[in-house]
Design a protein around this ligand. Sequence first.
Ligand code: NOJ
Length: 741
Amino acid sequence: MRRSRQTLALLTALAAVSVPTALVAAAPESAAAAADPCAAWMDRSDSADRRADALVAAMSQDQKLHMLTFGDPPWFTYWGTAGHVDGIPALCIPDLVLSDAGSGVAGLQIATTVFPSGVAQAATWDPALQRRIGSTIGAEAFAKGINVMLGPGMNIARTPYNGRNFEYFGEDPYLASSTAVAVIKGIQSHPVLADAKHYAFNNQETERMSIDARVDERTRREIYLPAFEAAVKKADVGSVMCSYNKIDGAYACENPEMLTGYLRDEWGFDGFVVSDWGAVHSTAPSARAGLDLEMHAFAAGAPATPVTGSAGRYFGADQLRAALAEGELTQARIDDMVRNIVRPMFEHGLFDEPVSPGAGPYLSDVSTPGHLAVARRAAADATVLLKNRDRLLPLQPTDGGRTIAVIGWAANPVGAANAVSGGGSSHGSGLPPRVVSPLEGITRAALERGDRVVYAEGSNVVDARLAAAAADVVVVVATDGSSEGTDRADLGLRPAACVTVFCQAIPIEQEDMIAAATAANPNTVVVLDVGAPVRMPWLADAGAVLVPWYGGLEHGNALADVLYGVREPGGRLPQTFPVDEAQNPFAPEAYPGVDGTETYSEGLLVGYRWYDATGTRPLFPFGYGLGYTTFGFRDLVVRPTAQGARVSFVVRNTGRRAGAVVPQLYLSSPKRAGEPPKQLKGFTKLTLRPGEARRVELTLDRRDLSIWSTRRDRWVVVPGSYRVAVGTSSRDLPLHGRLRR
Ligand code: NOJ
């Protein structure tokens, strides 16, 4: 359908030959324009703004309206992508091809790399690595003929029950913002736009299509919006996806305060707002509110259901024309919508390097060994070591001959393919089948070292107990059923149904399996391939506990790397692990809502902020995670600056092997600021050799010290004494200092 730039240049040259010389001489400019109709906006050296203006000025009304809604066939029927808008070759507008999602090029795509899921990416606490993950995803998207990646998701883990927490970056706005910025920059280092989703307050899957979220202004600003704000201001994200839910009574996709107020007027967003699939419920009100591009999973005319969201199509040419004719919509707004779409396409190279979806890219294998190496490293660096009794891990080199029992459905190739990522639209297909299961990864590594592996599925406890008792070391692997479309019923690991086509039901009772294995053998390593916190009634008996989250294609290899100490478990918790369901209770009005409304009555007290404020001891705190060595902290110096402060301290590797440490800075505001007891405002990750010490400096800027004043409608710094605390988790902060403002 599209003519490439080269073809166009050739046609232009041929056309020029046949034009009479006298005419060219008389009207050189118009001849050039006639020869290359796109010349006015295809000059790469021109700014995105000017190019967008020139293009919109040259478009007919039909061409403009065409850009504002999805093309047919919709959803996965078009080369396995989530949706597309056909390009307009006459204007050199490339196809816009959108695909899920945060852990790699997913949906019905094949032969792509599945990376560790969003929560795992956040758990690395490593912006450089996150950027590499993003850039590898961007490269694969582009090679697949895709130029909009529908991620990253950056909703805050308000409750551990949200079925989609695995796609997001944890419970803390600072960590989520930093992760989002790194991933987006990576994706957009290719001619591919990222998409900040789901904007906003889409923090549960229960009634996700209709629930009305009531969130006070300060909580919005301080907890739920910062990651989106950072995506716009610090990463220049090309698109934002408005969510299914309502916000203060108005659907997110027809909410002017959200789509125009914060996003454009305050943060200066200059890309496009795309709806979630079926999240549009009106024509003129949505367009006026700030929605630019409508998407839907089904063709025009599809009925509204709890699965599809809204009915059919609202931004069809006829509907938009009718709204214009009725005076409900202005031509200026239509022009803006088109401009919002093409502007980031110019800025990020989508016009200059158009994609070509089709059988070729669809079938091509874009998952290179280099990409798999990134996935493997990321999976190890995201793995959180929660317990390590008597240094059970890493497994010490022996002369070999150990028997390792690998137990669990999730360890075998079928279970591992399911746990490669969570369920729903972001689930990477892993096709052709090449997920390295824990069983495969451990078996390969064990063989190299002369160890022997036996496997038991663990579907009955006798099986699990016998296999565990007969082994020297046990690795028992379990998974949960986190998925888009449903919330988790509890914090357990019980058999789960699959609610989307992109996952399988978990067939076995895994809590009993783990309890049987840990009781039978003290050298049992429990591996939790989960999307969110789970309870651990068997914890006292476990020798070690690892949380790799959903580890992607290289999960088994990375797990073997961690078990044998080839790499450290580099992850730290981006989310608090509660002891059980009794902790951090929600009134039904707050979660999951009553009569279609949920009120965020806990305000700022989300995640560790609640645990701190109520003096509750969680099972494992935010920021926590062990490595294979130990660290000491000393010499905290807090130097005030005009904007905030420079905080420096010395970290020393006090153990016997090299290892990574994630120093974290938490700030406590003066009491009258009314903030939670402490909040993450800085971190870094560094690797130190045994005995090596290094001075680390973290910077606090004005915004880090600020609170949102609802009364003054702006960020303010409350005068008084601030406490600065530094350490390795929200509950282990050996260094304290003060800062006066
Ligand atoms: C609905 C999901 O909520 C969204 O995250 C996804 O990008 C779209 N479907 C497209 O598959």
